[in-house]
Design a protein around this ligand. Structure first.
Ligand SMILES: Nc1ncnc2c1ncn2[C@@H]1O[C@H](COP(=O)(O)OP(=O)(O)OP(=O)(O)O)[C@@H](O)[C@H]1O
Ligand SMILES: [Mg+2]
Length: 213
């Protein structure tokens, strides 16, 4: 059975969909089979996948599905049968869907930007993951270059008692622009900094998953 990874964050615009696709594609490029399951009715994953197919990019070992409500768990379990990883993207401000997805997952990733408001906003989602006894990790997204504020906020995070992945993602155009092409940054700019960051994050995620096996 493959591993189910939910990307959740009740705050809108934290980077859930971006992290989902970029991380999935980094693992895909490393030879894994990957499924993208969208529980957000906005359907961004389907749009991205359509671009990918229309551009004739490789799609073997890669699946994309949309599911909400009672269909979510059957779809996720089905996909986990023949993919190494199933990534579930979740909508903002939709507690029930987020909890449904969290319940199904082996591990929950919470993207958060490194600003006071974003960090305060992590609590409701954290409580959902804790409530379902799921392992969760904060993924810092759009991290500004090293500076006093970034350091202070990282320090403030210590008070939350939350595991944080060492690898974080910078605020980089490549993360957004690659998606328009139906690609991940690992394909569109493989030698850039964004690709290096997502590769490091994927490696850390796999290491974490393997250590629990
Ligand atoms: N690391 C990054 N660098 C640059 N831009 C980013 C990064 N992460 C996200 N973005 C941009 O921020 C915006 C929000 O990202 P995204 O849609 O992934 O967030 P989300 O949490 O899925 O939003 P929603 O809650 O609406 O589903 C998008 O315009 C995206 O391109
Ligand atoms: Mg989204």
């Amino acid at each position: 059975m493959g591993h189910i990874i939910t990307i959740a964050q009740q705050k809108g615009g934290a980077g859930k969909t971006t992290v989902t696709i970029q991380l999935a594609m980094a693992l895909y490029a490393a030879g894994r089979s990957v499924a993208l399951l969208d529980s957000d009715p906005q359907g961004s994953l389907a749009t991205w996948f359509e671009f990918r197919q229309n551009n004739g990019l490789p799609c073997e070992r890669l699946s994309q599905r949309q599911a909400e409500g009672w269909r979510l768990s059957s779809e996720a379990r089905q996909l986990a049968k023949d993919h190494d990883y199933v990534f579930i993207d979740t909508p903002p401000h939709a507690e029930k869907t987020a909890i449904d997805a969290i319940k199904l997952s082996d591990i929950v990733l919470l993207p958060a930007q490194l600003s006071p408001m974003d960090i305060w906003a992590v609590n409701p989602t954290l409580n959902m993951a804790r409530g379902q006894s799921r392992d969760f990790y904060l993924v810092l997204n759009r991290v500004p270059p090293r500076g006093k504020m970034a350091e202070e906020l990282r320090h403030a995070l210590g008070a939350f008692d939350v595991p944080v992945f060492q690898s974080s993602l910078g605020n980089r155009q490549d993360f957004a622009s690659s998606l328009i092409l139906g690609k991940g940054v690992i394909e569109s700019a493989p030698r850039g900094r964004a690709a290096a960051e997502i590769k490091a994050l994927a490696k850390e995620l796999e290491k974490e998953i393997k250590s629990r096996a």
